[in-house]
Design a protein around this ligand. Structure first.
Ligand SMILES: Nc1nc2c(ncn2[C@@H]2O[C@H](COP(=O)(O)OP(=O)(O)OP(=O)(O)O)[C@@H](O)[C@H]2O)c(=O)[nH]1
Ligand SMILES: [Mg+2]
Length: 431
């Protein structure tokens, strides 16, 4: 069971309890302890944390109008937020970042994501490949650099990373953010230590950053301690937060490393990186919806998709605008992230995958429609059109029918929302 799931289960028990007395609270904190421990959070931290919750929950009663469950949930929320530490506001200034981490933790991907992140914020960025142990590393980073539209330097076949850094330093004198990617290894062995020491000496980073994958748990803490001995670590990036629900990696890494989490990786795409926001992170684990971020993402995606006014207008929904919005939605990242922001973190993986598949199917079906059909969904009542579209899109007539039916349902919902004043008030940007 992952950390978020465990926490939500523990909280759910409070909902089911008819009265919240000392016994319920004891049981609840026991459950919390179990979950946190099994997510590799340090024992001392866990005991301290749950002790506080128990003491506070027993001593203070909720203010009028607040249910005991909400009150305790909030207590847990506040407590966990302070446990994972502060949120990070990236410094938009000249800096040199050295990325380190074990094999497959996401260093190379993170290097490119970070370069793009800073370049998008107006700084010139460059990437250096100092992974001299894996031959394919050079091409991997070069390709990513191209996709991110940032500068790249490496020397194919060179085994001395210090030499690479020296030449890169020359070349990137005028770049503002320089990020150095290093080799990964199963363990921090002598060879890797030597490599990192050499790179560190030549590169002289402002920040040594440890990249850990969210699924490694408490090892993250140990890794941090080890790496810290070789080159000082001043921050942690936790990758693959989308894949593993465990998240304990973030808790343990920042605590054991005594270094804050700076960024989290939330997917394989270049823009799947976010500055660490402890409130959002804990809110996500507890299943507290994050409507603010969702709306932000929607707006970002709509902007990025370059929708025309007609396409962005959901009031006049047709297949044309539906298609444009499906495409925009694709830019928001995996459905899982979208639902996560709504606080719906427990949707089974299969359901999520089916949803993803369906949206992709919808896209190919609409792509096979004529311009006329996209404007006027009534035309889709004709079976000859349905069968032509099915053929053209490599789907079945049943698929096409199903999409038309669901589209009509959606249209009805939108019409209803359009007339709902509350909705308009809450989501003015959407309407
Ligand atoms: N889902 C998801 N996948 C990620 C994330 N970050 C990296 N990956 C994937 O993890 C795999 C390994 O990533 P790399 O960036 O190559 O990791 P690395 O640490 O450079 O690996 P080595 O150089 O071999 O040690 C790739 O398939 C990435 O696409 C993330 O935040 N989410
Ligand atoms: Mg790599």
């Amino acid at each position: 069971m992952d950390l978020g799931e465990g926490l939500r289960k523990a909280i759910a028990r409070l909902t089911n309890a008819t009265i919240i007395d000392a016994k319920t609270i004891k049981e609840f904190t026991k459950e919390l302890q179990k979950t946190l421990l099994s997510s590799d959070v340090e024992v001392r931290l866990v005991l301290q944390f749950t002790g506080q919750i128990e003491e506070q929950a027993l001593r203070v009663s909720p203010p009028p109008g607040v249910s005991p469950k909400d009150y305790i949930t909030n207590m847990v929320y506040e407590g966990l937020v302070s446990l994972v530490g502060s949120s990070y506001t990236p410094e938009i200034k000249r800096q040199r970042i050295l990325l380190m981490g074990l094999y497959g933790s996401g260093k190379t991907t993170t290097a490119a994501k970070l370069a793009k992140f800073y370049q998008d914020r107006g700084l010139s960025a460059a990437l250096i490949c100092c992974d001299v142990s894996r031959p394919a590393a050079y091409t991997q980073l070069e390709t990513l650099a191209k996709a991110a539209n940032v500068s790249f330097f490496g020397i194919k076949g060179e085994s001395d990373p210090a030499k690479i850094v020296r030449q890169a330093n020359e070349r990137f004198k005028d770049k503002q953010v320089i990020i150095c990617d290093t080799s990964g290894r199963n363990a921090l062995d002598d060879e890797l230590i030597r490599e990192l020491e050499n790179v560190n000496r030549e590169f002289r980073p402002d920040r040594g950053v440890l990249v850990v994958s969210a699924d490694v748990g408490q090892i993250a803490g140990r890794q941090a301690t080890e790496f810290n001995k070789v080159t000082p670590i001043s921050g942690v990036v936790v990758t693959k937060m989308d894949g593993s629900g465990k998240g304990g990696g973030a808790l343990s890494a920042s605590n054991a490393a005594k270094a804050p989490v700076l960024f989290i990786g939330t997917g394989e795409k270049l823009n799947n990186i976010e500055p660490f926001d402890s409130k959002k992170f804990i809110g996500g684990l507890l299943g507290i919806p994050d409507i603010g971020t969702l709306l932000e993402k929607v707006q970002e995606a709509v902007k990025e998709a370059n929708l025309t006014d007609a396409e962005a207008n959901v009031e006049n929904l047709n297949f044309e605008s539906f298609y444009a919005q499906l495409k925009a939605m694709g830019k928001m990242g995996p459905l899982k992230n979208v639902f996560g922001m709504l606080g719906a973190t427990d949707i089974p993986k299969e359901v999520m995958e089916q949803g993803e598949e369906k949206l992709n199917r919808y896209k190919v079906i609409i792509a096979s429609m004529t311009a006329e059909e996209r404007q006027n969904d009534r035309l889709l009542h004709q079976s000859s059109r349905i069968s032509r579209i099915a053929k053209g899109s490599g789907t079945t007539e049943k698929d096409v029918h199903q999409m038309v039916t669901e589209f009509n349902k959606m249209k009805k919902t939108f019409d209803m929302l359009k007339n709902d004043r509350n909705f308009k008030k809450r989501f003015p940007k959407l309407m």
